[in-house]
Design a binder for this molecule. Structure first.
Ligand code: ADP
Length: 499
């Protein structure tokens, strides 16, 4: 049900929105060298919010130099506990300016204000504090070596973990501030420097983050932000020989382009890519429980989440019962302004994304799927699409195989566990999956058989700074969070000593 899109952006944004938005290179706020700009648009209304610089190779070059100078200069001699202190200060500042960050995300991304408060502010601050803890706990190993020289000389070795260097963080528009923090925080903890490129649709919180990094006292050049288009600023970063590591979250197609460019310079990469995550429901689950679970698994953030549980597998004998409950709960979701606290689903990010989602729904219809809920965009200036459920789907359909990145669920029955496993794994993606059952033995049997970087049991979408996150198959390369992230942002150096 569509509620309304009428609201006045909260006053907390007045001062931020009134200013000219520039990129941060070292401690200078600059326009793009070309003078080009991009419009940032409010997806709830299609209205203009702000202009930001459209950076390209020239700007990327300056930002990479600033990051290199910082790495080899003052930042390189900042001690681990000092890095941690600076990070704690940054987390405090994010909370102090939390209302602004949350409102900006509701405005530029269309994310519900309450979700923005929890995820983009709360989780981001917690993430920085978690990673701050690692700054003082980076360690190597020691080894007694086997070789000896004829004169009796023996060898002892140890390893050091050193910052990987200048990191390019290229992030998407679905959780703009949190995704930036997921890359920036491990970089700061390990002593790297960063050039951050936010998505062109959602650059504003990255600029606010950069302001807070300076205010927290990090030396100039530790975080630089280049706003701009993917095929210009993003591509220039992927190719730049001065970048030591690329940390990317986004689509599989762009991730591959980045990976190919990066490999030409042997630039390290971690790629968190697309998904088409199965929700696997066994026959002992209460319909109410899985109904509520699906709202979280798929419709959270209007389906614009890489872990979205967008393929639903139901046991045939309870298929109608489960699907009826899920459909009626999804039908009760209210769509409208992210600033309206009665709303469950905000807009999609852009007209392009709305049209893409709608064309998937059309392709499903054309291939024989039955639309049992929703199926339409909502007329109006904003980019809203109804919660949509497609039944009568099968694995030959694009809607089942491809990532839609919108509020579109495909539902399928299965007859036995063998068929369930085969269908759940029949995807080029393998980012996540969820299993819904109270029978612990059946769950344990399924866990090793499902291909996915993360498997949730009786929940979906829970992420934590301490839990490794990343994909199997075409869903990515490497893991974020926890100790795995620290390993990605450092290089191992072996030191061998004769005695
Ligand atoms: P999404 O599906 O979330 O839009 P994209 O993969 O298109 O994901 O975008 C994620 C990020 O990658 C954005 O910051 C975007 O600007 C950037 N990007 C897009 N194309 C390229 C490219 N060719 N090279 C590098 N970065 C790119």
């Amino acid at each position: 049900m569509f509620v309304s899109t009428e609201f006045v952006p909260p006053q907390v944004l007045d001062s931020f929105l009134a200013r000219a938005h520039r990129m941060l290179i070292a401690d200078q706020w600059v326009d793009a060298a070309s003078g080009a700009e991009i419009d940032v648009v409010d997806p709830s209304t299609g209205g203009f919010i702000a202009k930001v610089p459209a950076g390209d190779e020239l700007d990327v070059d300056l930002a990479v130099s600033a990051a290199r100078i910082a790495l080899e200069g003052r930042w390189g001699s900042v001690l681990p506990h000092q890095r941690a202190q600076l990070m704690h200060r940054l987390a405090d500042l994010i909370e102090e300016r939390g209302e602004e960050i949350a409102a900006l995300e509701a405005l530029e991304q269309g994310k519900l204000l309450d979700v923005a408060r929890t995820v983009e502010v709360g989780m981001a601050a917690d993430y920085i504090r978690y990673m701050a803890g690692w700054a003082t706990k980076i360690e190597g190993s020691t080894f007694d070596l086997s070789p000896t020289d004829d004169d009796g000389t023996r060898f002892h070795a140890f390893t050091r973990r050193e910052p990987v260097g200048v990191v390019a963080a290229i992030v998407p528009w679905n959780f703009p501030h949190l995704m930036a923090v997921w890359k920036v925080a491990p970089a700061l903890a390990t002593g790297c420097t960063v050039v951050l490129k936010p998505a062109e649709q959602t650059p504003l919180t990255a600029l606010l983050l950069a302001e807070l990094v300076l205010e927290a006292g990090f030396p100039p050049g530790v975080l630089n932000v280049v706003t701009g288009l993917g095929h210009q600023a993003g591509a220039a970063l992927s190719k730049h020989p001065g970048i030591d590591k690329i940390a990317f979250t986004g689509s599989t197609s762009v991730g591959k382009l980045i990976g190919i460019e990066a490999m030409k310079n042997m630039t390290r990469t971690s790629l968190e890519l697309g998904g088409k995550s199965p929700v696997v429901v066994l026959d002992d689950i209460d319909p109410e429980f899985i109904g509520a679970g699906m709202l979280r698994a798929l419709f959270f953030n209007s389906g614009q989440q890489c872990v979205a549980g967008s393929r639903l597998y139901l046991p045939r004998r309870r298929y109608d019962e489960y699907l009826t409950r899920i459909t009626s709960l999804a039908d009760s979701l209210r769509i409208g302004s992210p600033f309206d606290s009665n709303v469950h689903l905000g807009p999609l990010i852009s007209a392009e994304q709305r049209d893409r989602v709608c064309s998937y729904i059309e392709s499903g219809r054309a291939e024989g799927a039955e639309v049992i809920l929703g199926g339409n965009a909502i007329d109006g200036p904003g980019y809203f699409v109804e919660p949509t459920i497609l039944a009568n789907t099968d694995h030959s359909m694009r809607v089942v195989q491809e990532e839609i990145f919108g509020p579109v669920l495909v539902a399928m029955p299965y007859d036995d566990i063998e068929q369930l496993v085969e269908m759940a794994n029949d995807s080029e993606y393998a980012l996540a999956a969820s299993i819904w059952s109270q029978n612990i033995s059946r769950v344990h049997e399924l866990v090793p058989r499902l291909k996915a970087g993360t498997i949730w049991v009786n929940t979906h979408g829970v992420l934590d700074a301490n839990m490794p996150f990343g994909g199997f198959k075409q869903s990515g390369l490497g893991r974020e969070h926890g100790k795995a992230a620290i390993e990605h942002y450092t290089e191992t150096k072996s030191v061998c000593i004769a005695y």
